[in-house]
Design a binder for this molecule. Structure first.
Ligand SMILES: NC(=O)c1ccc[n+]([C@@H]2O[C@H](COP(=O)([O-])OP(=O)(O)OC[C@H]3O[C@@H](n4cnc5c(N)ncnc54)[C@H](OP(=O)(O)O)[C@@H]3O)[C@@H](O)[C@H]2O)c1
Length: 382
């Protein structure tokens, strides 16, 4: 048998990162974890580093890196600190695959570094494509990029063996989140606890709030547009509360392929490693007789304005998606800290977008400068 895939996990202490390490633990002969990165969770990162005997660790928070150093005393590992140290791991010479599970636009530089170094990029960090889709996709022409987002993994798998010109439409499924069916007025006083109670998925806090506002589906539409080269008017969002179908592709002859399965991120994470092979399933098979029925409905754009704002940013293109994303990150963080109401999130995003003069996308430096401007304006509006 060939040697194991050497994998770097960026964001290893998060929801996706931890599930990735579960897969690595199941397949030690196929996956070797060579480096780990996180922001500040020193204890968990140190425990992971010991379990997987990694030689490189990076934390973007310098104080946490120092703490990790003391926790890993005796382990022969290099521990680096600062955001640049995380990016450097994305281009690690000895790695085959970089799994980018960082959260937010902070993941962009790592995606670019991984692709520039010719690594396979297993991409969970959808914000990389939202803010820098054109730049990332240009680099992906000469490297390999596999989506980890369950909807995009589903679409990717539906497209295997198909010709791009035969794609008529992408049906992007959405669970509808915890507030499906509510009117805008009924969203005024929702609490952080209610918004974090997602009916189908257990995820990190930022994406869980994005799912409650339906921003997540807007970000995923932009992600799908870039990943699959499909225009926005050929991507249709459909609310499907059972989340059994992970997405669908409709072809020019009227055939529709759907990807179905358990709502468990370990399946798409594993596929991003095993592709083009398939390995043993990480969980029991779905019993379709127990599902009963599948429902489909249109999203409520009036009650969930974040969805329309994200689509508008995507269609406007250039620097607008980065502005929309930065404003969302600030507003969501404020909501999570009880400094803003749920409906402040779309209010802030809309105002920041209105104040932005769109530019065509040129460079990472330009994105970061505009991202910084948008964060500052969003903070002022809160
Ligand atoms: N969770 C899911 O089921 C799911 C599904 C589809 C797509 N995604 C996407 O996957 C990404 C990760 O989501 P998640 O739910 O796993 O998030 P999460 O649980 O919040 O974890 C985020 C990870 O990134 C690290 N991190 C955050 N900011 C960082 C920075 N500036 N530098 C270095 N490390 C940083 C965190 O470290 P600390 O722990 O030290 O803070 C943590 O390890 C997001 O883009 C999300 O949209 C997630």
């Amino acid at each position: 048998m060939s040697r194991p895939l050497r994998v770097v996990v960026l964001g290893s202490t998060g929801s996706i990162g931890r599930q990735t390490l579960m897969i690595a633990a199941r397949f030690p002969e196929r996956i070797q974890i060579v480096a780990l990165a996180a922001h500040s969770n020193a204890e968990l990162l140190a425990a992971q580093a010991r379990t997987f005997k990694v030689s490189r660790v990076a934390l973007s928070d310098p104080a946490a890196a120092e703490h990790t150093r003391s926790l890993l005393d005796g382990l022969n590992a290099t521990i680096d600190r600062g955001p640049q140290a995380v990016v450097e791991l994305a281009a690690l010479e000895s790695a085959d695959i970089i799994l980018n599970a960082l959260v937010g636009a902070a993941g962009l530089r790592s995606s670019i570094a991984a692709l520039s170094a010719g690594k396979r990029l297993a991409l969970a960090n959808k914000e990389s494509l939202v803010v820098g889709g054109e730049l990332v996709m240009r680099l992906a022409e000469d490297a390999e990029m596999l989506p980890v987002d369950s909807e995009h993994s589903a679409i990717y798998q539906c497209l295997v063996g198909e010709r791009p010109r035969d794609v008529e439409r992408i049906w992007l499924t959405a669970s509808g989140g915890p507030f499906r069916g509510r009117t805008r007025d009924q969203l005024t006083d929702v609490t952080v606890k209610q918004a974090l109670a997602h009916p189908r998925w257990t995820m990190g806090p930022k994406i869980t709030i994005d799912s409650a506002t339906l921003m997540n589906k807007g970000l995923e539409t932009i992600e799908a547009h870039h990943l699959f080269g499909v225009p926005y008017d050929k991507i249709r969002i459909v609310v499907h509360p059972q989340s059994c179908i992970h997405s669908m592709v409709e072809f020019s002859d009227g055939s529709v392929k759907a990807h179905l399965g358990a709502t468990d991120m370990r399946i798409p994470i594993q596929y991003a490693f095993s592709h083009p092979e398939r390995w043993e399933a990480p969980l029991p098979p779905v019993d379709f007789t127990q599902i009963g029925h599948l429902d489909f409905e249109d999203p409520d754009y009036g009650a969930f304005p974040c969805l329309g704002l994200a689509l508008e940013a995507g269609r406007t293109a250039g620097t607008m998606p980065a502005v929309m994303n930065a404003a969302n990150e600030i507003a969501v963080a404020a909501f999570l800290r009880h400094r803003a109401a749920f409906l402040d999130i779309p209010r802030v995003i809309e105002t920041v977008m209105e104040r932005h003069n769109v530019e065509s996308l040129q460079s990472v430096e330009q994105i970061e400068e505009i991202d910084g401007w948008a964060r500052k304006v969003a903070e002022e509006l809160l």
